[in-house]
Write a protein that binds this ligand. Structure first.
Ligand code: DON
Length: 544
């Protein structure tokens, strides 16, 4: 069930998340007088309990926050490589990548950042007591909640892999075959959340839970230590901000690639007159593809954790450099990717993430994308605690030029180092129009996140779609390598495929791209939600 706000209704506050129970928790907090950060904290905990494939306390993510007065902040609670991690840890003796090691089990997990991120944002901007924000999630875990049809299918589909990696978990223990509306109870998870409620951050990064994390990881062949957990810190970073026409965008800096990529894309796009180009037409798909191709080439070569690698951010965002990247753009022909490498910058070297958007009555806006990486992360449950660990280590480049699970190839900038954060595509973003809050947007989808965000922003500001229509619109994606345009299956007029092939493009269809949960501020300042029909996403609002 995807549900959205009613078009005629005037909403003054709104929560859009990937699960109806989490949206309900968030809107209840706003109704009790909590602000957008309070609601975000409660939603993050709730998603960990009811949207296990991506909601988490064993993973990480990013927040972009714009307060009611227009001040902007970003919080990086991305996972880090354990201190014993090393550059070649996923290679065999011949130097071949042992793919499975960075995807399943103990070695795949980075040091989780979500709980630290929750405490940091709450300490700085929260207004309600933490215990009141975590309690709804504890109640959902203890008393149970109704699973959706899509969740039932996901649990059933992964029976084999869970059995192999973590046979002692709530899905397998409680029910051999799940169906819609079954109730899932997670008493062990409730107890783990109570340790956070009662002991704060230390209730996760130290003591019983930390020991259980390290034991589970060690038993599954991993290298994370108690010190790694105790030392984890999320970081406030300067947002990437730029302009596209009379709009300003505020997005995530490295170790996310999203902000820099959006900056380049918007700057390239400003040279073209989209007024004369029809939405999702041949001309549109060709132009956006050629922009994406060039931007992803740069992403893969130059971006990584700026605390470890000298990311040439200023050069990548230099207007002359950006324009030069489109110098060989040809409206008639594809520029095949092997002819495009990353630009020279001199002097420097399964839809299972989740995004949610919240705007409160005062106009504070939160855009958070958080993940375990793959669906259900490493598939490794923390023994006795009922929650899953991420497999974010696969977002590093295990070996230069070798594609990861999203087909992304990376290089030195994103090589593994102890305590380094792995490069991300997560792109939580906030848009302003004429100095006012205009849009809160983001998506899961691995490498397709950045292009899903771009297309939704363009849908609204160039093609005048309302938020839900924009979210529903068909999506396509190109990421330099592989040199393919991916299209959502059965959503495009296939005559355009033939026309694109004539221009030299290669085409591939896939099931769905991204899952966008977004909020738009209308002219009369009321809010319009877009909850993605591709999932169980739900927009709930408070009427004016
Ligand atoms: O940070 C990233 O870019 C990835 N770990 C995101 C993974 C994701 O979106 C999974 N969904 N398909």
């Amino acid at each position: 069930m995807a549900c959205s706000s009613n078009e005629q209704d005037k909403y003054k506050a709104m929560v859009v998340t990937a699960h109806p129970a989490a949206s309900q928790v968030g809107i209840d907090i706003l109704k009790k007088g909590g602000n957008a950060i309070d609601a975000a904290v409660a939603v993050e905990y709730a998603l960990a309990v009811c949207y296990h494939s991506a909601g988490n306390i064993g993973g990480g993510g990013f927040m972009v926050y714009r307060d009611k007065d227009g001040h902007t902040y970003t919080l990086d609670f991305r996972e880090k490589a354990p201190s014993k991690a090393s550059r070649d840890m996923y290679l065999d003796e011949e130097g071949n990548v042992l793919k499975n090691l960075s995807i399943h089990g103990g070695l795949a997990a980075g040091v989780p950042g979500s709980v630290d991120g929750i405490f940091q944002k709450h300490a700085r901007f929260g207004s309600m007591k933490m215990e009141d924000l975590i309690q709804p999630a504890i109640d959902l875990a203890r008393n149970g909640f109704h699973i959706t049809a899509k969740q039932a299918k996901r649990f059933n589909d992964r029976r084999e892999i869970f059995n192999k990696i973590s046979p002692n978990n709530n899905y397998l223990r409680q029910n051999p075959t799940w169906k819609e509306d079954d109730i899932l109870k997670q008493e062990d998870f409730a107890l783990a959340l109570e340790r956070i409620r009662d002991n704060g951050k230390a209730g996760f990064y130290e003591g019983e839970t930390a020991e259980a994390i390290v034991n589970s990881i060690t038993n599954a062949g991993g290298i994370m230590s108690l010190e790694d957990l105790k030392n984890y810190k999320s970081i406030w970073r300067d947002p990437i901000e730029g302009h596209y026409k009379n709009y300003k965008f505020i997005s995530m800096p490295p170790p996310s690639s999203g902000g820099v990529a959006l900056y380049q894309m918007f700057n390239m796009l400003e040279q073209y007159d989209l007024d004369s180009i029809q939405h999702n037409s041949l001309e549109y798909i060709h132009l956006i593809t050629e922009i994406e191709r060039r931007v992803y080439a740069d992403r893969n070569e130059h971006l990584g954790d700026a605390d470890f690698w000298n990311v040439p951010q200023d050069q990548l965002m230099d207007s002359l450099y950006i324009l030069s990247r489109m110098a060989n753009y040809n409206p008639n022909y594809a520029t095949r990717s092997h002819l495009i490498s990353a630009g020279d910058v001199y002097g420097m070297e399964s839809e299972e993430t989740t995004h949610f958007s919240i705007v409160d009555e005062q106009g504070n806006a939160v855009s958070i994308t958080t993940t375990l990486n793959s669906s259900y992360g490493s598939k490794l449950f923390v023994d006795g605690c009922g929650f899953l660990l991420n497999n974010e280590m696969d977002d590093f480049s295990s070996k230069p030029g070798e594609p990861n699970q999203y087909g992304l190839v990376g290089n030195e900038a994103n090589a593994i180092e102890p305590n380094k954060r792995m490069l991300s595509s997560m792109t939580p973003t906030i848009m302003e129009k004429d100095g006012h809050l205009f849009m809160v947007v983001g998506s899961p989808g691995g490498s397709t996140i950045i292009t899903s965000v771009l297309q939704n922003v363009l849908n609204v500001i160039e093609y005048n779609m309302d938020m839900q229509t924009s979210v529903n619109a068909p999506r396509f994606h190109h990421q330099w390598l592989p040199d393919l345009i991916y299209f959502e299956k059965e959503r495009f007029d296939t005559t355009v495929y033939g026309q694109l092939k004539e221009k030299g493009h290669s085409i591939k269809e896939r099931s769905s791209i991204g899952r966008v949960d977004a909020i738009k501020v209308k002219e009369d300042r009321s809010l319009e939600g877009g909850a993605d029909y591709r999932g169980d996403d739900t927009a709930l609002g408070i009427l004016k």
